[in-house]
Write a protein that binds this ligand. Structure first.
Ligand code: ADP
Length: 518
């Protein structure tokens, strides 16, 4: 059947060869095994279930969360002559019942539905009359509370599927699954000995960089001015910031538009079109800008602030270089942004559990900003792809600055954290190390610790930067809750015992070394 799969790829889709992972996934699905496939956006997940759907007898059911996605897929498939349809709330009653009768008559190779559709007992009964060889679940991370996009309607899916007289093979697809989310998908969907594929997260043409400039505005202006007529996207965390950055660039004469959720649909569409056709070189946007952008020659994506999690970051950054040419993905990091993101989480979420998941995801994002490892490898590992070679193009791989021995300051910070017994956050540890006389410190008697005031000559920012760096390197960790506290890790011990030294790249040191501080 694999030969036929390759023929379909050519004849129906017009592509010469499979992309990484596609052939293996299709082959597993065809063998009848449950499958979980984790591939980044744009990697080509759709053909992985569409080709089996065309080869297997009966109608494949595709569960998809968004009406717009269903419509795109169905339009594209119909264009190449595949008989398929969707059933969702955008249809009129007449269209719905027509489509349903065609479906029951077995006229479609693929039927797209929203997960809620399965909540209707009548609909489930009708499905019993169809031969369904495969149920494909798109955006499968929506079943997981740990994912960044949990949807309650996905939660019931597995029960509904289990209630069918014959259970078809299941194939779950997502672009965003940490190992934790992947496990959750397997458990929630009750996948049976699934074959799991994680692939395609490395994008060799993207040069990833984390930059901590003294002045972001100066950095950005220089960067953009040095690249006249190149297409770029600049993501900012808030609408207000979007305005500020856009004005800043327009004053330099850059052809620059903005895009955010507060604008009318018409204005947004217009900006998107202008960008697509090159009337605008740069778009400054919030994360509302994304879905549906398929401009191949975006040469850079700059994040003015750190986003809320790695999934969002990689998805947004990944809009650069779709054409395969070298492109930059630069994250402008300032430790003060951590507070903004925590604040946004506090403001936007009410459910405590969701909040603590969001805080945990943010902690990993912070680690990305501070790690000294290869950034491509960091992202690969985050998504569970362990075989990514170091890229030799990211800001960490290119960093040839010397490392300096910072064991003494590391010991000071670690022993302070140890003495504070995991009950306080970064800010409080910093206050104690700096010997703060604030009430909060005195009332809790933290001024009596032997580590109190050990870094009294450092500025507050220097101490918090130092603590976050130690966290990013795994020497200490932040708990997941809403108010993350700092604790020691297994890697703290050898340092405290004097068995291991801590080195930090000179480029990473925002802390000025003074003789007093060591
Ligand atoms: P995803 O769902 O993973 O985000 P899609 O399935 O929408 O990605 O595919 C992204 C693009 O890649 C589509 O335009 C698709 O037609 C194209 N594509 C998929 N497989 C191949 C292939 N083997 N060769 C070339 N292009 C492909």
């Amino acid at each position: 059947m694999l030969k036929q799969a390759a023929q379909i790829l050519q004849q129906v889709y017009g592509y010469d060869s499979f992309r990484k992972g596609q052939e293996e996934i299709i082959s597993t699905v065809l063998q009848g095994r449950d499958t979980l496939a984790i591939l980044p956006t744009g990697a080509g997940k759709s053909v992985c279930y569409q080709i089996p759907a065309l080869l297997l007898p009966g109608t494949t059911l595709v569960i998809s969360p968004l009406i717009s996605l269903m419509k795109d897929q169905v339009d594209n498939l119909r264009r190449v002559g595949v008989s398929c349809a969707y059933l969702n709330s955008s249809l009129t009653a007449a269209e719905y019942s027509n489509t349903l009768s065609e479906a029951i008559a077995g006229h479609y190779k693929l039927l797209y539905i929203a997960p809620e559709r399965l909540d209707a007992p009548l609909f489930l009964q009708l499905l019993e009359r169809l031969a369904i060889p495969l149920i494909a679940i798109d955006e499968a991370h929506c079943v997981s509370q740990w994912g960044h996009d949990f949807r309650p309607s996905y939660k019931q899916l597995s029960e509904r599927i289990a209630s069918l007289t014959t259970r078809p093979r299941l194939a779950c697809f997502t672009a965003t699954a940490t190992p934790e989310v992947a496990e959750d998908i397997v458990a929630m969907m009750k996948l049976r000995e699934p074959a799991t594929f994680v692939t395609g997260f490395e994008r060799p043409n993207l040069r990833l960089a984390v930059v901590n400039p003294n002045d972001k505005a100066i950095y950005l202006k220089q960067y953009v001015q040095n690249r006249p007529q190149q297409s770029g996207i600049i993501y900012a965390a808030t609408r207000k910031e979007t305005d500020t950055v856009q004005h800043m660039l327009m004053r330099l004469g850059v052809k620059c538009g903005k895009y955010h959720g507060g604008m009318s649909d018409r204005d947004r569409e217009e900006v998107q079109e202008q960008f697509r056709f090159g009337d605008l070189d740069v778009i400054v946007a919030t994360n509302a800008f994304g879905m549906g952008i398929d401009k191949p020659d975006v040469r850079y994506v700059i994040h003015w602030q750190m986003p809320a999690d790695i999934e969002s970051y990689y998805q947004e950054a990944g809009r650069a270089g779709r054409d395969g040419d070298q492109s930059d993905c630069i994250l402008l990091f300032n430790p003060a942004d951590i507070r903004i993101q925590r604040f946004l989480i506090e403001q936007s979420m009410t459910d405590e559990e969701r909040k603590s998941v969001a805080q945990a995801n943010l902690n990993i994002m912070i680690n990305y900003c501070l790690t000294e490892k290869c950034l491509q490898q960091f992202i690969g590992q985050y998504f569970g792809q362990l075989d990514v070679a170091s890229c030799s193009t990211c800001s960490n791989c290119l960093d040839e600055s010397e490392s300096i021995n910072r064991t003494v300051e590391a010991k000071m910070a670690l022993s302070c954290v140890g003495r504070m017994r995991g009950r306080f956050g970064v800010t409080m540890v910093a206050k104690v190390l700096r010997g703060s006389r604030e009430r909060k410190v005195l009332d809790t008697k933290l001024d009596q610790l032997s580590t109190y005031g050990l870094l009294r000559h450092w500025a507050e920012k220097e101490v918090t930067d130092w603590l976050y760096w130690l966290i990013a390197e795994g020497y200490m960790r932040l708990s997941d809750g809403q108010y993350p506290t700092v604790t020691l890790t297994a890697e703290s011990l050898p340092i405290l015992e004097g068995k291991q030294d801590v080195y930090q790249r000179v480029s990473a040191t925002t802390v000025k070394q003074t003789s007093k501080s060591t």
